[in-house]
Design a binder for this molecule. Structure first.
Ligand code: HEM
Length: 519
């Protein structure tokens, strides 16, 4: 094989390209003198027109925990085996980068924490993780409650007016309002009205999603990218977001300078508990561009994911009335009339299981993307440097061999008195927040946020699919969206009867009487 590579290199193609050609001619395993990874054969048309991870599931059942998929000149390894996922994400994580993901997201996240690799990632992760300390996440419970309460008021009005509501876009607004305040102390207030900045965020997000699913990168074509109306709009949106972020950073810097600051591990400014404030107060020595990239990354990472979790949770609850009834029983017995506290949230164990199980059936994102930086062995097969890999969390979470009744929404599969399921205690068969050194930094934040929102909404309302609502099918961006929204009928729950006071005042015929009801 090596001479073939050498000869091809002499004939023209540079070394790496020659190696790729050889790999494609004889197979990667043979090229390295090992067994060959199963190669899926199928038509590309099977993948087009539906969420791409769905046909990957069928291929997983046929070809197993690791197989190769070819798309024209491109080739991907699809991993659906917990042991191999653990090897890539944890045991040998240094040998893998974010690959295509970093390339696609560069225009919006730059070298923010999600796409960053190597030393940049190490330094930024060390700076950012401490910002999400216990006291911060606990303080955020109030913010989750206030934002969820604003959504309840909106739903209350819809219930009075007898109007159906599209819950997916409302959840997107709820989580945008939360993450803006939590990350850089900005009130998008998108649940109340649309403004330029909210629209700019959505233009940018849709572009990121389009780029991650588009087969042809039109945005890279030199002249097209300058004259295309779509790209112009994206550039304007990015400019507005960047200017706003720069202003917020400048305001926060001034506040920190004026503060009589005593920085410590659980430092938090009560007026502005945001992650930005923590980073500046910690003396984080970083360029404004890097700081902006990190803030933008957290805005996107913490917005669409949580919105998608809530959307699919409410869809599932509408399909499983018994789960909804049990959930409402728990919430009724724990939440009072005020906003939830951290003590309440800890007691909402069944609500937490509902979120755990929703994340199993609809993982956000449904695949994790990596690229090998060196030769490695995966599941007994040798692989080369430069392999693009999709770890299908969808396949891991739906695997019929691993899960009893894998397609059934069953929060009871994890006992309430047991530990919260995570990648460690489920041995990488369950990866709601990834695993290894690149695991989500917002896992606790997101769990509390979705638990608070779900509990507050189901306490006040019943939710049913609206009559004549479009079917709820899946489509992919970075997270799983519905194809046509989640249209629901929301009705106020009838409160349990109030037991009257023994001493009750009744006004009758403009006379004030006091009488004791006969009970
Ligand atoms: C990474 C899921 C909410 C910030 C990740 C990863 C997953 C994930 C699966 C790993 C990606 C990979 O390995 O390629 C989720 C889900 C959320 C959520 C399901 C909501 C339910 C949040 C929130 C924040 C956040 C609220 C910020 C406050 C991040 C960051 C990373 C990340 C910065 C990159 C970490 C690194 O590479 O070091 N998230 N996330 N996420 N998440 Fe989340």
């Amino acid at each position: 094989i090596a001479p073939l590579v050498g000869r091809l290199s002499k004939l023209g193609p540079p070394g790496e390209l020659a190696a790729t050609l050889v790999t494609r001619l004889v197979g990667a395993g043979a090229a390295r003198g090992g067994p060959e990874i199963p190669q899926a054969v199928g038509s590309i048309s099977a993948v087009v027109g539906q969420a791409f991870f769905v046909p990957l599931y069928e291929l997983f059942l046929t070809y197993g925990g690791i197989f190769r998929l070819n798309f024209g000149p491109k080739s991907f390894l699809i991993v659906s085996d917990p042991g191999i996922a653990k090897h890539i994400l944890r045991e040998n994580s240094k040998a893998y980068s974010k690959g295509i993901l970093a390339e696609i997201l560069e225009f919006v996240m730059g070298t923010g924490l999600i796409p960053a690799d190597g030393e940049v990632w190490r330094v930024r992760r060390r700076a950012i993780v401490p910002a999400l300390h216990q006291k911060y996440v606990t303080a955020m419970i109030g913010l989750f409650g206030e934002a969820s309460d604003r959504l309840c008021q909106k739903l209350d009005k819809a219930a009075s007016d007898g109007e159906d509501v599209e819950m997916e876009s409302l959840f997107s607004r709820l989580t945008l309002d939360v993450i803006g305040k939590a990350v850089f102390n900005y009130d998008f207030d998108s649940l109340s009205y649309d403004n330029g900045i909210v629209e700019a965020v959505y233009v940018t997000l849709r572009e990121a999603e389009m780029r991650s699913t588009s087969p042809i990168p039109t945005w890279e074509i030199p002249i097209w990218k300058d004259i295309s109306p779509r790209q112009k709009k994206v550039n304007e949106a990015l400019k507005l977001i960047n200017t706003t972020l720069d202003e917020l950073i400048a305001i926060c810097k001034r506040l920190v300078e004026q503060e009589d600051l005593q920085f410590h591990d659980e430092y938090m400014n009560e007026q502005d508990p945001s992650i930005l404030h923590f980073l500046l107060a910690s003396g984080d020595d970083v360029s404004s561009k890097q700081l902006r990239d990190d803030l933008m990354t957290m805005l996107i990472a913490g917005h669409e994911t949580s919105a998608a979790v809530l959307t699919w949770t409410f869809y599932l609850l509408s399909k499983y009335p018994k789960v909804m009834a049990k959930l409402q029983d728990e919430v009724d017995s724990i939440l009072g009339d005020g906003l939830p506290t951290i003590e309440d949230v800890k007691k909402l164990k069944y609500t937490t299981r509902v979120i755990n199980e929703s994340l199993r059936l609809y993982p956000q994102p449904p695949v994790l993307i990596r690229r090998s930086l060196e030769d490695d062995m995966l599941g007994g097969y040798p692989i080369g440097r430069g392999e693009d890999i999709f770890i299908s969390v969808w396949n891991l979470h739906h695997c019929p061999k691993h899960w009893d009744d894998a397609e059934v929404f069953n929060p009871e599969r994890w006992p309430l008195d047991g530990p919260n399921p995570n990648e460690i205690n489920q041995n990488f068969s369950y990866l709601p927040f990834g695993g290894g050194p690149r695991k989500c930094v917002g896992d606790m934040f997101a769990t509390f946020e979705t638990v608070v929102a779900t509990a507050m909404l189901v306490k006040r309302f019943d939710f049913q699919m609206a009559p004549g609502a479009p079917p709820v099918d899946m489509t992919t961006g970075a997270t799983i969206h519905t194809t046509e929204g989640l249209k629901m009928t929301v009705t106020r729950r009838t409160k349990p009867p109030v037991i009257p006071n023994l001493e009750m005042k009744v006004v009758s015929d403009s006379q004030e009487l006091t009488r004791t009801p006969s009970m």
